[in-house]
Design a protein around this ligand. Structure first.
Ligand code: ATR
Length: 285
């Protein structure tokens, strides 16, 4: 790839970012379309987020993706928030429009598209979401919007689960119950749930921690979706497969949220096949 003095810059703000495959995916897309654009990953400590956002503006970036742990924290620093991102309460894509920073959420539709591709219909189902951060917000919104019957949100920090449950009242009719992470695995919740979705960073190569779940708690009828895509086969997904559960990786959500962000920045249709090939090569199933 050649970089010139006209190269348009987009990137990723996260902490950590080294696990991310977005740079490979977007740079391949720019190359395929012959665009003088580049996508870079920036490791931004939480305390430096305001400075990084000022940097986007000052350096004339065309936009950024936002990932863990900044998806909610970035909202106050943006000039405008798209109504959907506002409703969700999290931004994963920022577009610079005539000097103004506009926040969007492409995670919700990316998740929904991947779920459809997998043939999973949440209508009438009961889902358990692990985590209550920015990614959980988008996933929960998509499930409520598409007719999930009952939603449990379990988070290490209970107050965040409670806040998210409160936000979701505005999104639809689904009954939502906040829980602590331990409660989700101790009590009678797992037998209740059809779909279990990990939106926490636990399982990422560069992040520690353990989910308080063991294989004996899973049943073959459970569908397990792990948003973590690196490593492609997480401990949770291995556990799911060992019990005969359907195990879905976050790989296709990565693709679809990225394709939508690409279009928001460039105004062009994303070369989905190119992006998909990169993701599949780097993250074999
Ligand atoms: P993102 O925007 O990617 O969702 P985030 O908003 O920082 O990132 O959310 C990360 C999620 O992973 C949160 O639900 C977090 O739990 P807390 O709200 O208690 O911080 C969860 N998480 C991170 N590390 C964890 C760990 N070691 N064990 C359990 N949950 C963890």
């Amino acid at each position: 790839m050649s970089v010139s003095s006209r190269t348009a810059v987009v990137g990723l703000l996260g902490y950590p970012v080294v696990h991310s495959f977005s740079p490979y995916m977007h740079n391949a897309a720019f190359r395929a379309l012959g665009m003088d654009w580049v996508y870079l990953a920036f490791n931004v400590e939480p305390r430096l987020l305001p400075a990084a956002v000022s940097g986007i503006r000052a350096l004339g970036f065309r936009g950024v993706n936002v990932t863990i742990p900044h998806k909610q924290a970035i909202l106050p620093f943006l000039d405008e928030i798209d109504p959907l991102a506002k409703l969700i309460g999290a931004v994963n894509t920022v577009v610079v429009k005539e000097g103004k920073l506009v926040g969007y959420n492409t995670d919700a539709s990316g998740f929904w598209r991947s779920l459809k591709e997998e043939g999973v219909d949440p209508r009438g189902k009961r889902a358990l979401i692990l985590g209550a951060g920015g990614a959980a917000r988008a996933v929960a919104y998509a499930l409520v919007k598409h007719g999930c019957n009952r939603l449990y949100i379990a988070n290490r920090t209970y107050d965040r689960a409670r806040e998210l449950a409160e936000t979701l009242k505005k999104a639809g009719e689904t009954s939502v119950e906040p829980l602590s992470l331990e409660e989700a695995f101790l009590a009678s919740i797992l037998p209740e749930a059809d779909l279990i979705i990990n939106t926490t960073s636990v399982g990422m190569e560069t992040v520690g921690g353990e989910l308080p779940i063991t294989a004996d708690k899973l049943e073959a009828r459970h569908i397990i979706y792990d948003l973590v895509y690196n490593p492609p086969y997480t401990k949770l997904l291995k556990m799911a497969s060992s019990k005969g559960c359907r195990a879905i990786s976050g790989r296709s959500m990565l693709l679809y949220q990225g394709a939508e962000a690409f279009t928001l920045w460039t105004g062009r249709e994303a070369p989905l096949e190119v992006m998909k090939q990169v993701v599949e090569e780097l993250l074999p199933s």
